[in-house]
Design a protein around this ligand. Structure first.
Ligand SMILES: N[C@@H](CCC(=O)N[C@@H](CS)C(=O)NCC(=O)O)C(=O)O
Length: 98
């Protein structure tokens, strides 16, 4: 992650644009949303239940992921953060602040 991108992830909550691609049954999606809610982060949820396989391929290509996208996928200021575990790891490593 370069410095410019890092800086964007450390903007205040109101400066961040957060999108989360979810499936209704997915426990990691629930955990990620709970974590964002707990940190007062506003986000746009994109439910993918009806288009799961298409979205998996689309997200994989768009963000040049090494393996097929799982859910959730979290995008902050246009940058793909990964899933729930990636979100927590980056938060704990202070690569993202909320
Ligand atoms: N490490 C990922 C795990 C996410 C995950 O396994 N999500 C499930 C749905 S709850 C999924 O997309 N499974 C499909 C697959 O693994 O290909 C995270 O924390 O977000």
């Amino acid at each position: 992650m370069n410095e410019e991108k890092n800086e964007a992830l450390n903007q205040t909550n109101s400066e961040k644009t957060v999108e989360i691609y979810t499936l209704a049954y997915c426990p990691f999606c629930q955990k990620a949303k709970f974590f964002l809610d707990e940190h007062n982060v506003k986000y746009k949820e994109i439910p993918c239940d009806d288009t799961e396989e298409e979205k998996r391929k689309e997200l994989t290509q768009k963000y040049h992921l090494k393996t097929l996208a799982t859910f959730p996928q979290i995008i902050i200021n246009g940058q793909n953060i990964g899933g729930y575990s990636d979100l927590i790891e980056k938060f704990n490593n202070k690569q993202i602040s909320f």
